[in-house]
Write a protein that binds this ligand. Sequence first.
Ligand code: ADP
Ligand code: MG
Length: 483
Amino acid sequence: MSSSELTEDELAAESDIVSTPQLAAQWTRVRGRLQNEVGEVEYRTWLRQMTLAGLDGDEVTVLLPTRFLRDWVRGRYGDRLNALWQAENSAIRRVDIRVGNSAAADSRDDESPIPLPDAPLVSLAAVRPEERAEPRPELTAALDARFTFDAFVVGKPNEFAYACARRVAEQPASQGFNPLFLYGGVGLGKTHLMHGIAWDLVTRSAARPHPVTVAYMSAEKFMYRFIAAIRSQSTMEFKEQLRSVDVLMIDDLQFLIGKDNTQEEFFHTFNALVDAGKQIVVSADKSPSDLSGLEDRLRTRLGCGMVADLHATTFELRISILEAKAQRSGVPVPAKVMEFLAHKITSNVRELEGALNRLIAHANLFGRPVTLEATQEVLHDILKAHDRRVTIEEIQRKVAEHYNIRLTDMSSARRARAVARPRQVAMYLAKQLTSRSLPEIGRKFGNRDHTTVMHAVSRIGELMERDAGFAEDVELLRRMLES
Ligand code: ADP
Ligand code: MG
């Protein structure tokens, strides 16, 4: 069956497009939940002027009237808005918070009460007038100005992927690098690298008689565009448009799993472009061979060029990223705070960045310096969510193993240095890696007093500062426990 013979039902099943009234209802619930969570005062202060501008692919856009409010809401509530939206509608991946005025916001003066949940909140405001005005939409999604190669911090876990991306930007469609397949977990820099390639190509070729044309879009957007083209009977035009670019980038390809018709269309586009000597860049959350559910022939072709993965970040990389981002912000962030964040938020760069941004917004707003205390306070909720689920028992086991002592010595009364020091290390790590209080930790170590734990924590801290070899040892243990 050719793709253009999809029935309406198939189209609906494949697209899952959310209609505007549904979206409005979802938005109402998202606001309601947020209002409940943050309370009346906070809601009134920061959030009530939010309006929904619309849905584009997997991204909803929310507007706020000023830059200040936007930054504040982004920093303080961005993650929450994302999570609440995703809970309402799993197709939504991102909430874009921007400055803008929708008709609804304009007509509501500041003295009006908090909009009731059933107030008319949706207005397809002039966020992207160009897209609505033009019958033939831009093929590429907007590139994020922050996602350049310069802003990408390179370390062991991502240096290979970075090198491949640079190479493709230097010499698109060169042997062995086409397609470039980037994969890795959420928030590790796939999208950043793709935008980096696009920026690099576009800016360097801008002055040439034939600037390089790049189309970047999420796989989801690809699908929406494809389906829209079928609906408006303009598939030929869509295909031509796709095949006219020099570089095609499709982000988050895993989205096409189970979307057979779109996959097939992508496969044909892919082949046509590669045959014409054009560059393809694809990202996904898994390697081609692990993307089960993609058609075999597509998987095979995807693995034929260069496959590069972005590994989970290391402590060192997280520190470098924090340093780079703090420096850009112009707000001084003490090394201690960065170390603390790099230890606590290990999941991915997006969350790390989110935490730092919140700290910076807070510092700017209240004109107070960033300190460790302020960090713990401002990031209370994030830190709680990231609290390791390492148990004290695990710590004791690992440490005993590492120093080759018996597990029972963790709680025994023996005071020989060969036993006491590892015990102190375990107490120190228990304090760092769990949210247990000092007395609770003491109890787990043979009912010792909390002052003993306190002493152990400061003693180990001192030793680590004095003895680099010892510090490395403890760090190693920490990392083993964290992974
Ligand atoms: P992914 O697409 O893999 O989910 P993104 O590319 O969207 O992840 O990255 C998430 C966020 O983290 C972005 O704001 C990005 O700029 C930032 N980021 C990720 N890796 C790095 C890095 N190595 N250096 C600087 N910023 C990074
Ligand atoms: Mg991404």
